[in-house]
Design a binder for this molecule. Sequence first.
Ligand SMILES: [Zn+2]
Length: 624
Amino acid sequence: MYDRVQDEDRNQNIVAAILNNLPSESEITKIEYEGPFIVLYSRKPTTLLENQEIISKMVNTIKKRIVIRTDTSIRSSEDSVKQIIRSSTAYPNTISEIFFDSALGEATIFVKDFRTLTELSQLEIPLVEKTGWKLIYRYVRSDLKPIRFMNQILHNSSEERMYFYKRVGEKIFRQKLAGSEEASIVCLGGFSEIGRSAMLIVTHESKIILDFGIKSYHHEDNDILPRLDIYGIGMNEIDAVIISHAHLDHCGAVPILCKYGYDGPVYCTEPTFPIMISILQDYASKTKEVLYSSRDIERLITQVIPLNFGAVTDISPDVRITFANSGHMIGSASTHMHIGNGDYNILYTGDLKFGRLNTVDNAFWNFPRAETLVIESTNGNRDDRFVTREVAEENLVKSINSTIQDGGRILIPIPVLGLSQEICVTLGMLRSINKINPENIFVDQKILDIFFFYEMYSEYLSKILKQRISERTEDPLYINSLVSLEPYVNWNGSIILCPSSMLTDGPSITYLNQIASDPLSKVILLSEQFQSTPGRLLQEGQRNITIGGNNLEVKCNIDVIPGFSMHSDYNQLLAYINRLKPKLKKVITNHGEGKKCQNLSNSINKIFKVQSFHPLVQESIKVL
Ligand SMILES: [Zn+2]
């Protein structure tokens, strides 16, 4: 065992530094840990809100993240806050709901109208003064159903969460161990395969899990879960779980950790939090194998600590993380980990798009330091090169128009999250400039539901969409004309977008059955089709397939249009590495089928003259 370093004065020093920098008018009542933050409770929070430079100076001195919270003694009752807010706007009916999180002293005000949003944001400081609550404003046009359940859990667990934040904070800011720094990456899942992405970072001081996904597609084998069992680790030894984005192959197994007693923090970005929860609920409700219950998901909700892009955050005594946009879908993050004081840095790309999309901006690449890079390899083969997005859109336009002119119907099988919203926005955009003119674009309700989060977290969208929102353009996301897909719909001359993307289950099978015998109609495949799925067989030219247990002769057209991937192609992966400024020492490839991880690793080694690895699940690599 190591001896604890003698720095018991450290915490007192932090408190002293804070108190020395604060004006006495701010009436600080308490200084406490709240997860990775140091929280100052104030009876006069407006003096600090008006002088943000005081806080910035303090953060620079103590190198910790500081949050200002209102002291509980000044917080008005929920009813009077509602009254104050409603009477402060000329359009009180546009306030749909106010959610109170008493664990954090935050009130989130959901408004349906931009005028109200602007009006209330301008009154921020006087309203904090009047209400005694920290106020957050969110623009949401529709009903709040998608987050009501989550807010209810957060509301009911506020006392428990206050204790949780304090406990997590004390663990993060615990005294450091003496001894030299070290770091290893243990491959738990998603190495030389796709699905169940997970790795364990073991340092001298901490154990951190990065992603904890599930193989939700085509699992002939039973290896659908990450192999945490091989490491023989107790749940109480894990310092933190970090989730890169809300796809099941990255977050699908997290509730299992909670089920088996993990009670520490789960970090992800703000949009990933509610999207992940709704995707997990959907998965838990329809899966046959009972891996976890809704209770485990409820527990997870109380353990999530959302972080913004770019915020440097301590998550253990020797690990600091920063999230950056990975360009793959709303809220998707690359994780930059700074280890120890020796300035060693690991960059995990997560799912990466280094190229143009309509819904999110290109991946962030401007990291000051990185010695080890873990990079995804979905398109790791040299021939995984796609046409440009512009050409792909032209191809899609031609394909749609020829079928609509012939009087046919078009089915686009698509996953629920990510690519589907990208395609909805793209089709809406193409229709708005009259490039395509189908009778209707019918979209599965589950896909449309996700737009709730796109509106709510619009600051995470692409510059183009954000600009349309800030200019208050009518229909900024191009989705107003999309029609929810109802059963028995008449879809002559129309397009249907629905899951599943590989025609393995879900409504896409029903609609394929309706057009299979019609040579004028068409299926357009835009997403990757995994081996031996019906989608892959159609892509390969087979026309007699077994689908949902029945034989089907497919006479309609099948168009495969590449170039819409939410992952980088081979050239984009290499361009990303080329763009990174720091000199890499090691590159590890993951998240790629078959030999793709190996091929990408070999190419990187040859082109960039850097040590590269393509490990298998259960292997581990010492990086420091
Ligand atoms: Zn993904």
